[in-house]
Design a protein around this ligand. Structure first.
Ligand code: PPS
Length: 312
């Protein structure tokens, strides 16, 4: 296993072991009004993160949990590796010591000092709201790929994940879960807040929104657009290999190596519309209403194509 992946897998394994000895109420803590998992986040790390210096050439991916961040993270890492190999010379070596844990807000307090020493370009993932990101991300005009997924599939994925991973609270019933989801009592907060807060930045020139569903419908085109946004040129052959390596099948097959025990929980179905197996009529109506109230009138709301992906 690569050194960087080993650190990632070790951190997850430790979090799982620690969570096994904790009570359900201890699994989440609140910071600035939002819940986070105690075993992988902490107020100290959030405070240390404020000093993080973003760079203009950072490659940032922001997405609410369960929106496909690991998938797009794989695409971005691959694109950056290809581009850096092409530009490699004596002074500009490939970033061997990549981030030990790719999510900005997960790690230890010294993480941000280590990140300062990494050569460019750094691939950084986050589930945070824009206002909770370090100010330097916006000040230094780092490019942000904003990944969104339809709320019904996000909730479905989150429910199965909550019952598979000991680090976050599990639920006896889907009914209990969806009640909490609708009021935003989730790790990283409310889906609706995430989309509406990020919508305020949707016209920034450094931000490109993309949906899970559009990537699923045409992954080659999605990879092409992502590469263009970050100024990375690709040959036809490179485009094909990035697409193949990031297919659900190949990521799932590789997941023991890349994600350890988390792999079999994370790479679940990788599709669209699995929500139909869980939502009842009342829940459909409740979600339709919440979408209408919070998101439907926004640019990101339109991009989600709710009528196509969330109606029976
Ligand atoms: S996490 O834990 O919040 O970081 O999860 P995240 O990676 O954001 O989302 C997990 C869902 O993404 C699916 N996934 C993929 N879909 C398509 N193609 C690829 N390659 C891929 N990789 C991961 C994963 O299966 C989760 O969705 P569900 O619906 O649960 O299967």
């Amino acid at each position: 296993m690569e050194k960087s992946r080993k650190k990632f897998v070790d951190l997850i394994d430790k979090a799982i072991v620690a969570a096994n000895t904790m009570d359900r109420e201890e699994l989440l803590f609140s910071y600035k009004g939002i819940l986070y998992p105690t075993t992988i986040c902490s107020p100290e790390v959030f405070r240390a993160m404020e000093s993080f210096e973003a760079r203009t050439d950072d490659v940032i991916l922001a997405g609410y949990p369960k929106s496909g961040t690991n998938w797009v993270g794989q695409i971005l890492t691959d694109l950056v590796t290809i581009s850096e190999k092409k530009n490699q010379d004596e002074e500009n070596s490939v970033n061997e010591e990549e981030l030990e844990f790719p999510y900005l807000e997960i790690g230890d307090v010294e993480k941000y000092e280590r990140m300062n020493k990494l050569t460019s370009r750094r691939v950084i993932l986050t589930h945070l709201l824009p206002d909770n990101l370090p100010r330097s991300v916006f000040k230094n005009k780092a490019k942000i790929l904003l990944l969104i997924r339809n709320p019904k599939d996000v909730a479905t994925s989150f429910y199965h994940f909550s019952n598979g991973l000991s680090s976050i609270p599990s639920y006896e019933t889907w009914n209990d879960f969806i009640t909490d989801f609708m009021i935003g009592r989730m790790p990283w907060g409310s889906y609706f807040d995430f989309v509406s807060e990020w919508n305020k930045h949707v016209d920034d020139e450094n931000i490109m929104p993309i949906t899970y569903e559009e990537l699923k419908e045409n992954q080659v085109l999605g990879v092409k657009n992502i590469a263009a946004f970050f100024g990375i040129s690709l040959t036809e052959e490179e485009l094909q290999s990035v697409t193949e390596r990031s297919s659900f099948q190949s990521m799932k097959e590789n997941s023991l190596k890349t994600h350890g025990a988390l792999g079999s929980i994370l790479f679940r179905k990788g599709g669209v519309s699995d929500w139909k197996s869980l939502f009842n009529e009342d829940q459909n109506q409740e979600m339709d209403k919440a979408f209408e109230e919070h998101i439907a009138g926004t640019k990101l709301g339109a991009k989600l194509k709710y009528e196509v992906y969330c109606k029976t």
